[in-house]
Design a protein. Structure first.
Length: 344
């Protein structure tokens, strides 16, 4: 049976709501720990377990780690980035906020080592590529580390959103301090599986597995998120260390022209099937349902083909975390999966 994952968030923070989602066929939920830890998420986790108990099931609780993903720092308020306007990428100060700039200038706080890899013409993708900047001046003119950019694709930027430099791999630790703390607490909060972001080699998963073993959590399923071309290139090295491969189409779609993404998904699906490795498909499966009570024809077709191509699991993210219709999302997801299973 295909696993059906939702994502915990404000839109489904109450046990009653989550219980309805279980009734519609949800088998587990993802908890995104990019913005905080298990302790900070305790109310959500409590609602999850209460709902599962009422529903009489033992669901999966899947934590999505921070890992080597790069994010911007804290913002006092969201920034409304307008196309053609200048934005300054400025190094963190101790409180993870950027140093001030001229009044009216967008200031986006980033880690210092990111500034060092930027060159004039570099493209910077923010929030899974929803926003895009191009570097216009990477020269440091004073002691304050800043890089000037121009907004190519605007929108609202919230704090701690993802950052990617197109065509560049920026080194980062496999696990953050927060990740290690979350692994230490995993048993206490009933975690059953862990998603490791931006996996590009098997050794990264081996390091995570060793951390799990040292904390008595070796039984956790380990999911490897494939989010860039480097991950695709090293799949045969990665697969032996993973319990599940995650075809994470958000960042994967930022690392290649979007029209190449379907072929990449098909390649990964076929490779996993050939090697007997379960895989999960995620990102924008039912994105329109964040705002609407029913999906598009393209979305249900996407889900159907993911399952007929062999997906062992499918997952929605914002659709249930912040969307208006989380119960309806799971209903459409489950029913479309059932149709695909019947076809197979």
């Amino acid at each position: 049976m295909t696993e059906i994952f939702g994502t915990l968030g404000p839109a489904c923070a109450q046990a009653d709501q989550i219980e309805k989602m279980f009734a519609e066929g949800m088998t587990g939920m993802r908890l995104n720990l990019s913005h905080g830890g298990l302790k900070e998420s305790e109310p959500l986790i409590r609602s999850f377990h209460q709902a599962a108990q009422r529903a009489g099931i033992r669901p999966e609780l899947l934590i999505d780690m921070q890992g080597p993903e790069i994010r911007i720092g804290d913002l006092p308020v969201p920034l409304q980035l307008k196309e053609g306007r200048e934005a300054v990428l400025a190094a963190f100060v101790s409180d993870r906020k950027a140093q001030a700039a001229e009044p009216g200038t967008y200031v986006i706080p980033v880690a210092e080592h990111i500034l060092s890899v930027l060159e004039e013409g570099s493209h910077v993708l923010l929030d899974d590529g929803k926003l895009e900047l191009v570097v216009t001046d990477a020269k440091q003119k004073d002691s304050v580390q800043r890089v000037l950019t121009s907004v190519l694709r605007g929108g609202v930027l919230y704090q701690r959103k993802s950052l990617k430099v197109a065509g560049r791999q920026i080194p980062a630790p496999v696990m953050t301090v927060q990740d290690r703390e979350n692994i230490r607490l995993a048993r206490e909060y009933g975690v059953t599986a862990l998603m490791q972001p931006f996996v590009t080699e098997g050794a990264q998963l081996s390091e995570v597995r060793q951390e799990l073993l040292e904390n008595g959590m070796g039984q956790l399923r380990l999911f490897a998120k494939i989010e860039n071309c480097a991950g695709i290139e090293h799949m045969k090295d990665i697969m032996p260390f993973a319990d599940m491969i995650v075809i994470a189409r958000g960042d994967l779609g930022n690392d290649m022209p979007l029209w190449k993404l379907p072929a990449a998904q098909k390649y990964l699906s076929d490779l996993c099937k050939d090697h007997g490795k379960p895989f999960l498909v995620v990102t924008q499966l039912l994105a329109s349902m964040t705002e609407h009570p029913y999906p598009t024809r393209a979305e249900v077709s996407d889900i159907f083909h993911a399952v007929t191509d062999g997906a062992a699991a499918v997952m929605v993210t914002n659709e249930t975390a912040v969307g208006k219709y989380p119960v309806e999302v799971i209903r459409y997801l489950k029913k479309t999966v059932q149709e695909a299973e019947a076809w197979k």
